[in-house]
Design a protein around this ligand. Structure first.
Ligand SMILES: CC(C)(COP(=O)(O)OP(=O)(O)OC[C@H]1O[C@@H](n2cnc3c(N)ncnc32)[C@H](O)[C@@H]1OP(=O)(O)O)[C@@H](O)C(=O)NCCC(=O)NCCS
Length: 187
């Protein structure tokens, strides 16, 4: 935890750093919109109030640097969103799942792709995670483009398994191998 709490990842325009308590009041003005949560699991709530923000910041610290690598994404000196990975469970603990979101006014500038590329590098070079997983709802082609630009490959599509607020769509499954020296998969 101590080592992770000092982690700061930098790209040309973004800083990725652990969440702080001071971020809590800044999160709902960015996150409290269905424009974002239409594209996320129910873990990213709507409405998104300060209590939800506090729960997220506390959750991001539980197992930080061991099972959880969650970052505030800062752009131009402002909190712009969040990005991170969480170790998968059971037989998949050598893998971690990626998630990211930006406040809508930060969309369309290439920030998610820039931040995700750096997160992938960090996970490859600084952690024991061998493989990344990610998912995207069928109605979210922009997120798939971000994944593909950052080296993820489409592994399959689960038809009609997502239902959110009365609408149903497919779940696109993505993956990326980080460590080539990992044990080979058996059939
Ligand atoms: C997904 C999200 C993080 C993207 O952030 P962003 O900073 O705007 O993304 P980028 O600008 O880095 O890249 C978006 C890419 O998708 C493309 N794109 C955007 N909308 C698209 C659409 N409807 N169809 C196809 N491509 C689209 C853009 O052109 C861009 O590709 P390019 O660089 O080749 O032109 C942001 O829209 C978001 O927060 N959405 C809600 C939450 C979410 O979807 N999270 C991911 C869950 S898997």
């Amino acid at each position: 935890m101590d080592r992770f709490s000092n982690t700061e990842l930098r790209t040309e325009r973004c800083i990725l750093r652990p969440w702080r308590n001071a971020d809590i009041p800044l999160i709902p003005p960015l996150a409290d919109t269905r424009d974002i949560s239409w594209n996320t699991s129910f873990r990213f709530p709507n409405p998104y109030d300060e209590k939800a923000a506090q729960r997220m910041v506390e959750w991001s610290r539980d197992g930080a640097g061991v099972n959880v690598w969650q970052f505030a994404l800062v752009a131009g000196g402002e909190l712009a969103g969040g990005i991170g990975t969480t170790r998968n469970s059971d037989v998949e603990t050598h893998t971690a799942n990626v998630g990211y979101w930006l406040g809508t006014r930060f969309w369309g500038k290439g920030l998610a792709s820039e931040a995700l590329a750096e997160l992938v590098r960090y996970m490859r070079e600084e952690t024991d995670v061998e493989q990344l997983t990610a998912t995207s709802f069928g109605w979210n082609p922009g997120s798939r483009r971000v994944l593909e630009k950052c080296g993820f490959s489409l592994e399959g599509v689960r038809k009609g398994v997502v239902r959110k607020w009365g609408r149903t769509t497919d779940l696109w499954i993505y993956g990326q191998v980080l460590k080539t020296e990992r044990p080979a998969a058996l059939d």
